[in-house]
Write a protein that binds this ligand. Sequence first.
Ligand code: TXA
Ligand code: MG
Length: 369
Amino acid sequence: METKVVVIDKTNIRDEELLEAAKILRRGGLVAFPTETVYGLGANALDEEAAKKIYAAKGRPSDNPLIAHIAEYQELEGLVAGIPGAAGRLMKAYWPGPLTIIFAKSSKVPYGITGGLDTVAVRMPDDPVARRLIRLAGVPVAAPSANTSGKPSPTTAAHVYQDMNGRIDMILDGGPVGIGVESTIVDVTGETPALLRPGAITTEMLRETLGQVEIDPAIAGPVGDNVKPKAPGMKYRHYAPKAELVLVEAEAAKDKTAGGETGEKPAGVSPEVIQTICRKALEDMAEGMEVGIICTDETRDRYPEHARVRSLGLRHREETIARNLFGVLREFDDLSVDRIYSESFSEEHLGRAIMNRLTKAAGYHVLKV
Ligand code: TXA
Ligand code: MG
């Protein structure tokens, strides 16, 4: 299959450019498109056969459900069995935006997109290309991140091309995304709303809107084979770079009794973390390994010259870190380094999403110093 790439100017979207993509979706084909979080791989959410093509193109296990993307509030009614009060408050506060809500599904939604679950994930993205495309398609669009299963989510059209060229009908290139980590997922089907995946709508924001919010244990660490995480996708080793990734974190900062009254991690990175990364990198390189280091603008000059040092951006501006994270992980795949050491980040606000992705990419290999 030939994959057509269409470049879209976000500041001047012309329907002619999107009509072909909309037609492909209506006819059961696959179109990758930008959203504000990461690029999505879209198909008609009400067409089970089209959804199957998504799983095939990504190599994704079929028990991992897809998010249905909508452009208008009216579209929600057809997809869900009801709209709980908490969902109403969330939609009012954060839609369109980087928030996915889990509802009880209506009979119209095929089990082929929900991984056999009686619930459905729905999101109204804010990206103008995504919204216009969904509107023109006239159907809800099922879209996982447009990466090969197990790779970091794509934040540019070039990432999508790398993974999907020859496997899908079209890629809409709307430039690099703004946020860079996938949407926050909140399940409102239980008594208390539960956070299933952290994202740019932070836990602090959700608590402000909803009061009590549970945090699914699958976010904090690996779940055993006998435990079913509420978001089936959380059990897979997502975002895995080819090289071994070691996250280096300061011990005292995490210790709520020893680390000062608040137990907060320091705003900066501790000298022990930098020293440990330097020592480990030098040891590995002495053995002939290629070593990558993930740091920030503030610390990039502190690391050995012969290591492949990549900054994620400014530590005090978390949004730059989130935006660059997956791109840097992909870059290390292309450089074929043997081992990567990464600084760690505060788990407040957007930091929780950043650390969730980094810890998973590291296969939970965290070195405390
Ligand atoms: O930002 C995003 O959410 C991007 C863009 C394209 O919208 N999409 C995305 O989709 O990240 P995906 O498929 O890579 O991740 C969807 C996550 C998976 O972990 C899946 O298990 C969970 O959502 N999910 C989907 N439907 C669910 C359901 N009914 N119940 C619980 N979790 C669900
Ligand atoms: Mg994904």
